[in-house]
Ligand binder design. Sequence first.
Ligand code: HEM
Length: 403
Amino acid sequence: MTEAIAEARLEAPVLDIDPFTEEILPDPYAFHETLREKAAVVVLAPYGIYATGRYEEVKAVMSDHERFMAGAGTGMYDLRKPGAWRPRSPLLEVDPPEHTSLRTVLTRIISPIVVRKWRADFEKEAERIADKVVDMGEFDAVRDIAEAFVLTVFPSALGVDIPHENAVAIGDMNFNAIGPNNDIFQRSLKKVEPILEWYQKSFQRESMIPGGFGEQIYLAEEAGELPPGSAPGIVRSFIRGGMDTTNAGIGFTLNQLARDPAQWARVRADPSLVRGAFEEAIRHESPSQTQFRTTTRETVLGGVKLAADRKIAVFIGAANRDPRQWNRAGDFLIDRQTAGIHLAFGAGAHNCIGQMIARLEADIILAAIARRVAAIELAGPPSYRIINTLRTLEKLPLRVTRA
Ligand code: HEM
């Protein structure tokens, strides 16, 4: 036992709340506060795992793969133990040094030079969508802006044909599967049963449309740059990580701006401010709410003693509103300058590899809207989808006035 462990006085206190419920998921903020204020780390009684919601500790867990490994799964269940039903991601659920070489190859495949070439196509699609919603005047921004845009441009860049309705159902299932095997997960699994065969095929070699970066991943595997057999799982990780999160962030930005005419006026006057607005929106509501790691050894976190080989849940959504880190944490402030500080894209070795793609998509669609829309307001109450580890809007009714 190290000295630090011997000195740590606190055992993790027990918090007997299940956050993965229909009651808490649509509005998790009271739970987040309880989690943060109870202790730096608690034992989440319904699951017998550790959990933290404080900024410093969430960042520490995500940044330190030596003490908190991803290799036993970044979901709630330990992939090394019997009964694990999720296939391992050959990218996210692998630790350095193995992860480092994969990541280097993939970073080259989606380098800034490659991504910059997508801009013209993304802009064309954004202009089309923005013209359409301005003509409509009243619409659902989740379906008619966020999904219409992301579910078109992202699969096209990846080079995979994904029908919109399939993408939404698969997204629900994937982000439920990161959390507990509860009714919410089981319902989403049932919903995708009819399309599971299509889904399994969608990330195989023969489904890659030439010219997309999915094809490049297969070519890199064929060239021996990626481990044999890893390409399907890597493409699947891009499908999983790339769409629902970005949809959510675009929806959150529009939701907040529609409630705040003064901040909308500023974005109108200078559409480049959409970048800060998007970044703040993903801090404020954190699309990827919860991820998991596993302790590799007995250790101390925030003064709390942790046992070896135990799962720990990191509540990114709670950390991104931790008052220890943020002033007016619950407010949406487009000037906050949060890029690189908030944890919406994670931290450490696995920090989001697609973040510049997400930013590019958000910049382009939000600026196209800002250029055309003088005023924007809610046309009805927004609602949230209920998903174990993803926060995202179900509906966002908006009314806009043409500029
Ligand atoms: C607002 C949009 C997005 C958010 C909030 C987000 C969030 C995250 C987070 C929190 C992680 C770290 C997970 C962990 O450490 O356990 C991550 C990793 C990842 N993201 Fe994103 N993401 C977004 C967009 C994207 C896009 C557009 C892509 C695809 C181009 C993508 C692909 C990935 C992949 C492949 C990983 C795993 C990286 C690795 O293991 O090295 N994400 N993302």
